[in-house]
Design a protein around this ligand. Structure first.
Ligand code: HEM
Length: 466
């Protein structure tokens, strides 16, 4: 029986009527930054304020977003708070470097993510996913799984098959736990940082995360050493991202990447490339579990398309699945909070942005802005189908950021997501575990609090050979 199409409205944080006071703000930022937004944030294009934490602006006007990320991008650097959260692990890699250093790295790394190179990763992505499907096959029908953990494991395995094909030299479960621990410790906003207290004062989260950081450093040493010894042994190394990183040269200067930048980028790709996609997939399967009509459409598309052409053309061949994924990225953008600091005075939507102002563009807020979207909290993938897609303002929908610092892994993530959704939707149904209340929290990424318990069932009886 085809399920009736009932528009699904996932639970959303209720906008506050009044802004939080100083201590309320500190505690909400630490607990869950999604809770700070007021009705005005959801309705006005720009809010500028001066508080104990300095000058702040929240911009949700697409023209303003364009100005910050593109037209006047040179005037906006990554702000100190963001760097304090990310740099302990990501060092001076692509996500966290600035100015000429960033430009040189981006030039060297861009060839790793060209459409051609991403297409070449398609088969490896599919292979890793098929191994994931086998793991799901071993589950009892009706068994409870944590989809968030499953997706984290699968995306990590995909990174192993594509970026670091000799393996990460560690158990993926161990890696997964280390990344989660990092986000829960170092990745949490520290009240001391908000108060602008000096760096020599120890931050509890960072102390708790130190062992994880050492663990990452050792893991990266091993990854690099294993590859170098393979190259030295005269064997042809696999053409994966690690080899490309080792060979990467700035096309302008011909220089190779510095040793610490190389290491920083290995951690950056693992960190930025795994959690984000895993969360996006988790939210997608949650939304599908609540919107049966869309789930059936995705299942039908997967049945018809998965084996009907080259794997890297799935994003074009599966427009409905793509629209569902894009809608999941709208409602639950994994990078829910982007920020910059203004270097010189600027004007955005008629408001003065003083030099030093920390400007926040929150994809979460922007994607649910009352003046930019019809029924913003409603799950409605038709927004991304056919002509509707063209009506969306480029700067009202920015799950991957925008301008020169747009996500370098965007094409990689889209292809990966479609491959994973198609393989799983063709074989299984995932329903939310009865009684579970879904609640989004923002750490470094937007994740479901307490995971996403779901019940797995095979979609069709397995064909077993005699
Ligand atoms: C659904 C998945 C993903 C989402 C939503 C996402 C989101 C983003 C966003 C919003 C930015 C811009 C940050 C800013 O402007 O401050 C970004 C940058 C970045 N992303 Fe992604 N990302 C995803 C997947 C990936 C993957 C798969 C990789 C690598 C394999 C990756 C690597 C990076 C890197 C290295 C940067 C820094 C780029 C630069 O500053 O030049 N991301 N990502």
């Amino acid at each position: 029986m085809t399920a009736v199409s009932i528009a699904f409205r996932p639970p959303a944080p209720k906008p506050r009527e009044t802004p939080l006071g100083f201590f309320g703000m500190i505690s909400a930022l630490r607990r869950n930054p999604l809770e700070i937004w007021t009705r005005a944030h959801y309705e006005l294009p720009v809010l500028v304020g001066r508080g104990v934490m300095g000058d702040r602006a929240v911009v949700s006007d697409p023209m303003g977003v364009r100005r910050i990320f593109l037209d006047n991008a040179a005037n906006y650097r990554k702000d100190d708070l963001q760097l304090r959260v990310l740099r302990p692990a990501l060092g001076n890699g692509l996500l966290t470097s600035e100015g000429d250093e960033w430009r040189a790295q981006r030039r060297s790394l861009a060839p790793l993510f060209t459409p051609r190179q991403v297409a070449a990763f398609g088969e490896a992505m599919a292979q890793a996913t098929r191994e994931g499907v086998e793991r799901f096959d071993r589950r009892r029908p009706g068994q409870r799984i944590d989809m968030a953990q499953e997706m984290a494991r699968l995306t990590l395995e995909i990174l192993e098959h594509t970026l670091f094909s000799q393996g990460l030299g560690r158990d993926t479960g161990e890696f997964q736990r280390a990344v989660t621990h990092y986000f829960d410790t170092v990745g949490r906003i520290d009240p001391f940082d908000l108060l602008g207290l000096p760096q020599f004062l120890p931050r509890l989260g960072r102390l708790r995360g130190r062992a994880t950081l050492d663990w990452f450093a050792r893991a990266v040493d091993d990854i690099v050493a294993a590859r170098r010894s393979l190259i030295e042994s005269g064997e042809t190394p696999p053409r994966d991202v690690l080899t490309l990183l080792l060979e990467a040269q700035d096309p302008e200067t011909g220089q190779g990447m510095r040793e610490d930048d190389l290491r920083a980028n290995i951690v950056t790709f693992i960190g930025a490339g795994h959690e984000t996609t895993a969360n996006a997939l988790t939210w997608t399967f949650y939304l599908l579990s609540q919107a049966q009509d869309w789930r059936e459409k995705v299942e039908a598309e997967a049945q018809a398309q998965l084996d009907a052409g080259p794997i890297d053309t799935l994003p074009e061949r599966m427009p409905v699945t793509r629209a569902v994924f894009e809608e999941a990225l709208r409602l639950y953008p994994p990078a829910a909070f982007l920020s910059r600091a203004a270097i010189a005075d600027d004007e955005i939507s008629g408001k003065l942005i003083r030099a030093g102002t920390v400007v926040t563009v929150s994809p979460f807020l922007l994607h649910r802005h009352r003046k930019l979207w019809r029924e913003p909290d409603l799950f409605d993938p038709t927004r991304f189908l056919g002509e509707n897609r063209d009506k969306i303002d480029r700067y009202a929908y920015i799950p991957f950021g925008a301008g020169p610092r747009i996500c370098i892994g965007m094409g990689f993530a889209m292809q990966e997501a479609l491959i994973v959704i198609a393989h799983l939707a063709r074989r299984f149904r995932f329903d939310l575990a009865p009684g579970h209340r879904v609640h989004a929290v923002q750490r470094v990424t937007l994740r479901p609090q307490g995971g996403m318990p779901m019940v797995i069932r095979p979609l069709q009886p397995q064909i077993t050979s005699a």
